[in-house]
Design a protein around this ligand. Structure first.
Ligand code: 13P
Length: 252
């Protein structure tokens, strides 16, 4: 049985004071949790503050990026060693915004995935197609290639701890989400890719999330899909009410 995971990707939002207020509010509103694992992924600057607030709670901490070296003359970068030291459990890798604005390649994503595993962090690997790629019928091949390249050289013991987020780029921050059925189809394809790379048994253990305009009003549609094990939430994770509505999707 895969435990559902709902992770909030705060992107470049929230000062430390705002981060504290959001987490304190969510600790109250999510007190009666429903079996869903919840992770907060604040910007680097708020990780320490959020780490303090979630220590000893069921909430997990995640970062939004890492560099693949442990230390060195890499101005502006942050390593897996440092994230682990701060109490991170997860790290988002290969988000489409990083691929698009910072030129991250599949090869770099692969190095980052390996660095995360080296430090006991669980990568939340993001894959997904642009609108043009979707319209050209390239979604399946692209997503398959992204998964294969990200996991190149990653042994099965590590790979079984990865989380994959299918985030169609045209659905991110646009209010235009994928349909549950379509997201379920692509996540199913990702699981088949994992089964071919490793084994059906291992693929059955890996959590695959959907991301892209997830809100309280559409989360149930995604969670109803057997291949979808949770969500990576952007904009709606920045607000207490909307994130609570998403996490508690199956309670009245
Ligand atoms: P939105 O939920 O704002 O569409 O963002 C999705 C996302 O990119 C999560 O990583």
């Amino acid at each position: 049985m895969r435990r559902p995971l709902i992770a909030g990707n705060w992107k470049m939002f929230k000062t430390t004071g705002e981060a504290r207020a959001l987490v304190n509010g969510l600790k109250e509103s999510l007190a009666g949790n429903n079996g869903v694992e919840v992770a907060f992924c604040p910007p680097f600057t708020a990780l320490a503050a959020v780490a303090e607030l979630v220590a000893g709670t069921p909430f997990q901490l995640g970062a939004q990026n890492l560099f693949w070296e442990d230390e060195g003359a890499y101005t502006g970068e942050i390593s897996g060693l440092m994230l682990k030291d701060l109490g991170c459990c997860y790290v988002i890798i290969g988000h489409s915004e990083r691929r698009q604005y910072f030129g991250e390649t599949d090869e770099q994503v692969n190095k980052k995935v390996k660095a995360a595993f080296k430090h006991g962090l669980e990568p939340i690997l993001c894959v997904g197609e642009t609108l043009a790629q979707r319209e050209a019928g390239e979604t399946e091949q692209l997503v398959k290639t992204q998964v294969e390249k990200a996991l190149a050289g990653v042994p099965a013991e590590a790979a079984q701890r990865i989380v994959i987020a299918y985030e169609p780029i045209w659905a991110i921050g646009t209010g235009r989400s994928s349909s549950g059925a379509d997201a379920g189809r692509v996540t199913g394809l990702i699981r088949q890719t994992l089964a071919a790379l490793y084994s059906p048994e291992l693929a059955g253990k890996i959590r695959i999330l959907y991301g892209g305009s997830v809100k309280p009003g559409n989360i149930e549609e995604f969670m109803a899909e057997p291949e979808i094990d949770g969500a990576l939430v952007g904009g709606a994770s920045l607000d207490i009410n909307s994130f609570t509505g998403i996490v508690l999707y199956n309670t009245d």
